[in-house]
Structures are given as structure tokens and as C-alpha cells.
Design a protein around this ligand. Structure first.
Ligand SMILES: [Zn+2]
Length: 114
């Protein structure tokens, strides 16, 4: 069994799925763990089983670059059809949220006005 490294996790499984697409689009194979789609779009998984992305150790550095770039400028690297990233970013902790969240899931800060 090869060792893997966790590079991303988020309670929004759609977001995790999107990051997986980014990684695989960059040629980085990744494993999805704790993947639960409990109902409709954007449902949150229970906090103790957040969907996670794991990659091979040799791909970790590259994966983190891809994820960092996405976090810093999601609009710029968004692929066609990834409408999820019309979301917003918490000004306090930097987490991304889907449009229908009004407060940050991580720190509770309210969504800033556009
Ligand atoms: Zn926050």
C-alpha cells in the first residue's frame, strides 16, 4: 500500500470534487476519501467525515501549488462549467464558500457585501 498525503479537505463535497478536477486536469492523480453526497447540491457532510483529497507524496508539492493558485484567484483558473466558484471568500480566514452560504462555516463571519 503506497503512502498518500492529504492535500485538501472541505465539508462541501462539491468543492472537493472541483479541486479534484483541477488536480487531475494538472495531471495529478488523487484519491477521494469520505466522499458523501448527502442529498442536493452543496449539502454539508458531517464535520467528522469531511471529504478529503489525497495524492502521492511526489505530487504533493505540485498539488499544493494548484490548490494555492485556485484559492488565491479562483476566477482565473476556473474551468468552464465550474459554476460553484461564483462563491465568496471569507475576509477573515480566507475560506471559500458557495453562493448560498451567508456566513463562514469556519469562523462564522458574515458574507461581505459585493
Ligand atoms: Zn471565515
Amino acid at each position: 500500500m503506497l503512502r498518500r498525503v492529504r492535500v485538501f479537505s472541505h465539508p462541501n463535497s462539491l468543492l472537493v470534487g472541483h479541486v479534484r478536477n483541477l488536480l487531475e486536469g494538472a495531471g495529478i492523480p488523487c484519491d477521494l476519501r469520505n466522499w458523501i453526497l448527502a442529498g442536493g447540491m452543496g449539502d454539508l457532510a458531517p464535520i467528522d467525515c469531511e471529504p478529503e483529497l489525497w495524492v502521492m507524496p511526489e505530487d504533493e508539492a505540485r498539488a499544493r501549488v494548484v490548490i494555492d493558485q485556485w484559492r488565491q484567484g479562483a476566477e482565473a483558473v476556473v474551468s468552464p462549467g465550474a459554476r460553484l466558484l461564483r462563491g465568496w471568500r471569507c475576509q477573515h480566514c480566507g475560506e471559500w464558500h458557495d453562493d448560498h452560504f451567508d456566513t463562514c462555516w469556519q469562523c462564522g463571519l458574515e458574507r461581505p457585501d459585493p
